[in-house]
Design a protein around this ligand. Structure first.
Ligand code: ATP
Length: 298
């Protein structure tokens, strides 16, 4: 059964003067997805999230939350952290969260829960300005949970976080996902995205370069490294090999080979053997989001 749509973006275009920051962007986020919006600096991630949170206006295109034109109702179902968190510097964390709770129309009862999720209970009566930048970021992430929203939208949430903060963030995201909530996060940190996200959209110069399930992307084409005693013969066989997309000769008898989709390293080994080339080494390279990402950005 198809998942209920949470965020649907169609033909979104944004210009800053003469600069095209987003160009006809389409995205699809379904209920329960942990969706990583990836892309190099300046590719349009913050612009996209700012538009869908109503902070910026697009020049063309539309977006829909929960299959509807966005409005107050949908806004109240989303907890977001875009750019710098805004808190009152001279107020305590407790007072800052009380104000936020009032804005969201909920009781103060959730404040300890939020501080607990951010590992900041001990700092409940510290002034915001006295927190380090990583602790401020933890608070900002925790504050998005106020009111138990259906969706979290987080722009670069790992900014300033230490390894413990990373791990807490991952726990928050996974707990929300287990409750059936949806998380959309923009990040540079591919390794983190790979560990936590179920889906990714990769932006390149304001356009969608790829969108899909992380597991499909990672189970795609396989890179293998092979070595053989007869490099010249191996090169001739590889040049004609129908199982591979391309190869590079790294040293006289060492090659890096990109297999076509659905072909396994063992198939290559068999093929080479049948053509009279015995491999002395065959090593699989683990496909990572990073290697896919770098390939796409070429
Ligand atoms: P980063 O990873 O560096 O945060 P990003 O993917 O979030 O980048 P955006 O911040 O959306 O990218 O920026 C997209 C493009 O729009 C960039 O070229 C950026 O310089 C430009 N841009 C963003 N905001 C403005 C602005 N207010 N005025 C002019 N240009 C802008």
């Amino acid at each position: 059964m198809a998942k209920a749509p949470v965020l649907t973006i169609r033909g979104l275009t944004k210009h800053y003067g003469g600069l095209v920051a987003l160009n006809n962007l389409d995205l699809n986020v379904g209920q329960g997805d942990i969706y990583g919006l990836l892309g190099p600096n300046g590719s349009g991630k913050t612009t996209t999230l700012s538009i869908v949170m109503g902070i910026l206006r697009q020049n063309r295109g539309n977006y829909y939350w929960f299959d509807q034109t966005p409005g107050y109702q949908s806004r109240m179902k989303i907890g977001s952290l875009i750019e710098e968190p805004v808190f009152y510097p001279y107020l305590t964390l407790n007072d800052n969260l009380k104000i936020l709770a009032r804005i969201k129309g909920i009781s103060d009862g959730h404040i300890n829960q939020v501080l607990g999720a951010s590992n900041l209970l001990k700092r409940k009566y510290s002034r915001f300005k006295d927190l380090s930048s990583g602790l401020k970021q933890r608070l900002a992430i925790g504050a998005t949970l106020l009111g138990d929203p259906d969706v979290l939208v987080l722009d670069e949430p790992t900014k300033s976080l230490d390894p413990e903060g990373f791990s807490d963030l991952r726990n928050i995201i996974q707990q929300e996902s287990q409750k059936g909530k949806t998380v959309i996060l923009a990040s540079h940190i591919l390794d983190e995205v790979e560990k936590v996200c179920t889906h990714v959209g990769i932006l390149k110069s304001g356009e969608l370069a790829m969108e899909g399930k992380v597991e499909d992307i990672l189970s795609g084409k396989q890179v293998v490294y092979i070595s053989t005693g007869d490099g010249e013969k191996a090169r001739q066989v590889l040049a004609e090999c129908p199982l591979i997309e391309k190869y590079e000769q790294e040293k006289s008898s060492d090659f890096k080979v990109l297999l076509r989709q659905k072909n396994a390293p063992a198939d290559l080994n068999q093929y080479m053997f049948n053509q009279g080339v015995v491999l002395s080494r065959l090593v699989k390279q683990k496909n990572t989001l990073e290697s896919e990402f770098l390939q796409l950005m070429k």
